[in-house]
Design a protein around this ligand. Structure first.
Ligand SMILES: [Zn+2]
Length: 195
């Protein structure tokens, strides 16, 4: 959790810890989660000590930050049985100067049961995902919808780019099918903009 100076004028971004409800009344540009007040906006802090109220005033031309509902692109940087971590490097078609950390739980991979993350994704995969919630500056992602999932992947054995073949991915070298939650348009569109 990032601690910021709770002084009027301090720059904050969504998810910054602002205090607890025992200390402050939450004002505009904030949200409460479990008694803790966080910033929900990019902007500057306004601490009204007289009324014990804390608010965030939005800046115009705010830097690009994923919001709830944003479509993002990211690289999978670590995988565990029940969740994985993503480095978000692009929001829609806009590359980010500083990447954000995304996390995905196994229940948000796709509709239906997934036994382990290792069955559907691998480290290094590039995925298109949707931000479903923001907590503690972590962006919780889902790939349940059709257009979401892996958009680029390499074979873990030979490093060849996996190709789409009858609704699954295949390595042209090893010829083995690879299970993935594949995004519609795998290997196209967003990717061309990037490389
Ligand atoms: Zn291969």
């Amino acid at each position: 959790m990032k601690l910021i100076r709770r002084k009027s004028g301090t720059f904050t971004v969504p998810g910054d810890y602002l205090g607890v409800i025992e200390e402050f009344l939450p004002g505009g540009g904030t949200y409460i989660d479990d008694g803790i007040i966080y910033s929900s906006s990019t902007g500057h802090l306004l601490v009204d000590s007289h009324n014990r109220k804390i608010s965030v005033y939005q800046k115009t031309n705010s830097p690009l930050i994923p919001k709830e509902g944003s479509l993002v692109l990211g690289t999978i940087v670590s995988i565990h049985n029940k969740n994985l971590n993503v480095r978000i490097f692009q929001i829609r078609d806009k590359p980010l100067f500083n990447p954000f950390n995304g996390i995905m739980h196994i229940t948000d991979v796709r509709r239906g049961y997934v036994k382990t993350m290792l069955d559907v994704y691998q480290i290094g995969d590039i995925i298109r995902a949707k931000v479903i919630s923001i907590k503690n500056r972590e962006f919780h992602l889902s790939t349940q919808e059709n257009e979401l999932g892996v958009i680029h992947s390499k074979c873990s054995f030979c490093g060849d780019k996996l190709i789409l073949s009858q609704n699954s991915l295949k390595c042209p070298q090893c010829n083995k099918p690879k299970w993935r939650k594949i995004a519609s348009g795998y290997g196209k569109k967003d990717f061309i903009k990037l490389f």
